[in-house]
Unconditional design. Sequence first.
Length: 598
Amino acid sequence: MSSRHRADDPRMKEIPDIVIDPSSSKRYMKGRFLGKGGFAKCYEMTDVENNHIYAAKIVPKALLIKPHQKDKMTMEIAIHRSLIHPNIVGFHGFFEDSNFVYVLLELCRRRSLMELHKRRKAVTEPEARYFMRQILLATIYIHKEKVIHRDMKLGNLFLNDMMEIKIGDFGLATKIDYEGERKKTLCGTPNYIAPEVLNKKGHSYEVDMWSIGCILYTLLVGKPPFETTCLKDTYLRIKKNEYYIPSRISAPAKSLIQKMLQSNPIERPSMQEALDDEFFKCGPLPTRLPTSCLTTAPRFSVAQPMASSRKPLLEKNGTGDAIPTNGLTKESEALRKLAAKNGEGKEEGSRGVLRSEDGAGEPTDCYLSELLAQLNTIVKSGPASKAVIDEDEAEDPAAVPVYWVSKWVDYSDKYGLGYMLSDDSVGVRYNDSTKLLLYANGDTLQYIEKDGGESYYQLKTFPETLTKKVTLLKYFRNYMNENLSKAGAQMTPRDGDEMIRLPFLNAWFRTRSAIILHLSNGLLQVNFFQDHTKIIICPLMSAVTFIDEKKNFRTFRLPLLEKHGCSKVLANRLDYARVMVERLITSKSGSSRVKSTS
């Protein structure tokens, strides 16, 4: 992989593809770009000797000239390397060469709670309990080690492949040198900063509890408690302790939030007191979560046969009751009957027919409107006409989609469109507007009715009325496995997959140039026929992933492309997607047919 650094940046020399630790002569191979923040850029880094992959935080020495900058990084390394806990990002060493400082950390492939929050907004209370329990356990340990994190926020709560919390980024952390010491430094992130920090009265461990209270509120409500469009107003709200808890939040959750967000730090609970709170006893507490919860709420009612050979999915609540049996959620869309059949659906030059749903005011419609606004903005900015185009500065791999369509087959002249998602699950959107998904485990079936209701079955035990549809799904699956190549990343099955809820194909149509696929989680995918390139646009992440002819992935933030520009190839595809979104929105207003385009 070529370097993502600009050669003309005087502050930044090129990071070599092979990095050598001068003290041990160990060799590391630079891999995928992971992201950037502050002074650092992060890459995957593989130990050549044993093939172990780390996340390498790489800081150019040219940016560590001032003494306080060096001291800050020295303190961060000293604190982080001293902390060893299952819910803290593992520290695996550091070294430096003539140009860079390299810090080797545990690789958290599922990014952070920030990305989950952007895709999901509010999460369910069982999920919040799961995440909060791990955050509190780790913070209890951190405080026992006389460390205050001071920057607890969603973006610093990382997730590994097992969907376990890993607290990271100790750049603002500090050590308490003596009992009762109060720190004076003004630091933190605006939406999470405690009032005593803003008031400069001195602060201690309690600031972490305040931030965790903000995290709990954000997870359950969908936005931070004191957030405004103006930093000054946000700080004013924090000082006045002005926030509102919606009525839909349960009484135990509301009570715990209020305890955590006490203006007076000594009135806040300790981390252990919070962990012992009624909130963690009043309802289901999952022991694990599926990867799919990054994009879609899990299904907490699971048929016993599916979990019989595994440890319990959820801990019992305080009353000894197991999980409720009515926990299946319904997608909020009301499906519309297919307006017309596509008699020539298998021909690339055929007239397309839109398969769509109603849902005025429903989430997917909101996503389309939001997506259109984003695409209008980026197209009007003329990203390909910038004087200096620097796509590298717009790249953000953390925004890469979790699920996308990796294969598809159009048999809509008779039955519908079959597709495979990136995790190897298979779905069909039938011509009668129903949908059926077979999960990657090869056993779980998810059926979505015309009215949006969801039902779950096993491949060996499903209603006789679904026999024909299951047979067709198997046909589509076999055809795609035998005849089509996959554009996607393999996902490894793991504990927690019993609770998966997958996005499904919400609408689609074809033109002469491409197939347009709109998933129920808001994702829009455009596959171009001529060069087999693809773009996947997520309005919630405000990001686009471009997959080139060689199946290489690069993910960019749309606002950053607007600022830094992009290639003409990508700009043209974004403009094309904009027109396709307009057609989707028009079709939802009543028109069902879309004209062919070249």
